[in-house]
Design a protein around this ligand. Structure first.
Ligand SMILES: CC(C)(COP(=O)(O)OP(=O)(O)OC[C@H]1O[C@@H](n2cnc3c(N)ncnc32)[C@H](O)[C@@H]1OP(=O)(O)O)[C@@H](O)C(=O)NCCC(=O)NCCS
Length: 190
């Protein structure tokens, strides 16, 4: 399925050395979005440490980039050896970019990445009153089952196939090409 994104925007994985872009995006979240993302109020220092940890834990982070800035992120983080086949997913979209289809596109990419890494269960910590996240999850009800009575939702993802692996590879190479083009355009303008 084709993603419908705001014009000029693209989704790609975060590259090594781009942690600061992820941190700056998180720091730009308005207070309500920050609260929804972390399940409560957190400080700027907490966010900086959180991002450092995510990067060091081999999380797969997809970013939505527009005008050279990362405006949204989806993170897939393995739960570790004690919970094989399980991961945690979390998403954040800056306020002015919410309700433009970015969250849907990011969740689609995250589910594909989870499937290709053999994760069968994804946990998403989501506040029970987070209606928008619930609406978003419902769009993927063939692949997801959420229990919004509880704070944690569980996501079933199916096994990888040659096609699902190919889809991720193609998305990665497209993301790389788009980023290079964007960089060239901005260098020419400077
Ligand atoms: C929740 C969040 C990730 C959704 O991202 P988004 O880019 O706004 O979502 P989309 O534009 O793809 O919309 C997804 C669905 O939400 C619903 N939706 C969109 N805007 C809405 C609004 N203002 N109110 C209620 N539902 C809304 C729609 O059903 C939409 O699907 P549709 O456009 O096909 O009808 C984003 O709003 C966000 O980052 N919020 C703050 C942090 C957070 O809550 N993170 C989740 C915890 S892990």
């Amino acid at each position: 399925m084709q993603d419908v994104l705001p014009e000029g925007g693209a989704i790609r994985k975060l590259w090594v050395g781009e942690g600061a872009k992820y941190r700056d995006h998180m720091l730009r979240l308005d207070p309500a979005s920050r609260q929804s993302r972390f399940g409560g109020g957190v400080s700027d220092d907490f966010i900086a440490s959180y991002v450092d940890l995510s990067i060091s834990l081999d999380a797969v982070v997809h970013g939505f980039f527009i005008g050279g800035l990362m405006r949204a992120a989806a993170e897939l983080r393995p739960l570790g050896l004690r919970f094989p086949g399980q991961a945690e997913a979390a998403m954040s979209v800056e306020k002015s970019w919410q309700s433009h289809g970015v969250g849907s596109a990011l969740l689609r990419r995250t589910l594909l990445a989870a499937r290709n890494r053999g994760f069968r269960l994804l946990h998403m910590a989501c506040l029970a009153e987070n209606r928008r996240m619930q609406q978003l999850a419902r769009k993927f009800d063939a692949e997801l089952s959420f229990d919004f009575g509880n704070v944690v939702g569980e996501v079933e993802s199916s096994r990888p196939t040659a096609l699902s692996l190919m889809r991720e590879m193609m998305a990665d190479s497209h993301g790389f090409a788009t980023a290079m083009l964007d960089l060239q355009t901005r260098m020419l303008r400077a």
